[in-house]
Design a protein around this ligand. Structure first.
Ligand code: FAD
Length: 372
């Protein structure tokens, strides 16, 4: 018998919620993370009194009231509404694609006018079966929206020409015929006041944590500490890549402190042309309506992922999904280790999904009804 009931590998939202709930049920937990901080990818660091989203902009959104109440039981959330802008060669457009965007593109004032333009552009193209991402996007939204707001951004994101990308990447492109710049359709959204680190600190309150330690560097020792292990790292790394490497896309962030109180007037500005090398500039203070004298901005550059990089977006194509299946089958045979989180499942999840999955796992393990 180990000293702990659960060793939890990863102090991200999956591991933290798991530890909190297990502790509530009387279990002794140790949380470890190879990073020197808690919060996983949602981590925010205080720079110039501004909560900087160190691993990319994170906006909490959900339509699940139970999950919304759950996160709000730890910290208060503000009323931030995600309304990104697009900068295409210096022209500004509202996102997501809505009547404001269409007015900026074509000067139209009514939904009928906007719908007619999109319809006529799609009809002119006459694409029957889209053979690649470019044709797929063109057949959904027409020429102007595609060329100004999708093509450059997508090609930078994937590091490949849209004509070389498969059509399935884009299933739908929501187009809104109302003057509504709210990016998400969810009932609830906001940012934890004080940043995500404050939220995760509250979730992990009273739980033993060891930071800067890599579970895989001494797996036998760490396994000996607990009866069960909850592993939220990369599943292929756990098995020493025995079937091959699961691919990701990565990001490179360039942070800059600027001696100005307001740099771009919005938290998120996407650069949708091909010439600008980055995809977005994030101005962190606007997530919390900051009034600090300085500002911190982050330029986000997509990049190819290599083993030493942060794995951000799983490349869920056929090849990688088949490979994941092999690892997943193997993981089901483990009696001591429970796999979870975005890296354990090799899947992109939003934070509300991750919290829901962690709560569901607890319910299953403790033979409780699923309340989420
Ligand atoms: P993580 O947060 O990655 O935590 C896993 C932890 O395990 C890490 O801290 C890692 O260091 C640790 N670990 C791994 N291996 C080991 C090891 N061997 N030993 C010790 N520790 C280990 N979601 C939203 O809802 N809204 C958003 O706006 C949003 N924006 C995003 C933007 C970007 C750029 C990205 C990449 C994701 C975004 N997400 C967003 C998704 C969100 O980040 C995830 O849903 C969430 O962080 C996943 O939590 P997790 O606990 O599964 O993983």
């Amino acid at each position: 018998m180990g000293k702990y009931d659960f060793l939890i590998v990863g102090a991200g939202l999956y591991g933290s919620v798991f530890a909190h709930e297990a502790k509530k049920r009387g279990k002794k937990c140790l949380v470890i993370d190879k990073r020197k901080h808690i919060g996983g990818n949602a981590y925010t660091e205080n720079i110039e009194n501004i909560n900087v989203h160190k691993y990319g902009a994170h906006i909490f959104h959900t339509s699940n009231k139970k999950i919304w109440d759950y996160v709000n039981s730890f910290v208060e959330f503000n009323r931030y509404t995600n309304s990104p802008l697009a900068n295409y060669n210096g022209e500004l457009y509202n996102l997501p694609f809505n009547m404001n965007t269409f007015h900026q593109l074509w000067g139209v004032k009514t939904p009928d006018e906007a719908q007619a333009i999109i319809k006529s552009q799609i009809e002119k193209l006459n694409i029957k079966e889209p053979a690649n991402l470019e044709e797929q996007a063109l057949s959904l939204v027409g020429t102007d929206i595609y060329h100004k707001l999708i093509k450059g951004y997508t090609e930078k994101q994937w590091g490949r020409k849209a004509t070389d990308l498969p059509a399935f990447i884009i299933k739908r492109l929501p187009v809104r015929f109302t003057f509504d710049n709210n990016y998400f359709n969810d009932n609830y959204q906001g940012i934890p006041i004080g940043g995500y680190t404050a939220l995760v600190e509250k979730i992990l309150d009273g739980i033993e944590i060891k930071l800067g330690v890599n579970y895989l560097s001494d797996k036998d020792y760490f396994d000996s500490l607990a009866d069960k292990v909850v592993y939220t790292g990369m599943i292929d790394e756990f098995y020493n890549y025995k079937f091959g490497i699961l691919e990701y896309r990565s990001l490179h962030f360039e942070n800059e402190i600027i001696d100005s109180s307001n740099y771009q007037g919005n938290a998120v500005v996407n650069y949708t042309d091909s010439e600008t090398p980055f995809t977005r500039i994030i101005e962190h203070k606007h997530f919390e309506f900051g009034t600090q004298p300085k500002t911190v901005v982050t330029r986000e550059y997509p990049k190819e992922w290599k083993k030493e990089d942060e794995p951000y977006y799983p490349v869920n194509d056929d090849k990688n999904n088949k490979l994941f299946k092999l690892y997943s089958e193997l993981s089901k045979k483990e009696s001591k280790v429970i796999f979870g989180g975005r890296l354990g499942d090799y899947k992109y999840y939003d934070m509300h999904h991750i919290i829901g999955l962690s709560l569901k796992k607890i319910a299953t393990l403790f033979n409780e009804p699923d309340s989420i």
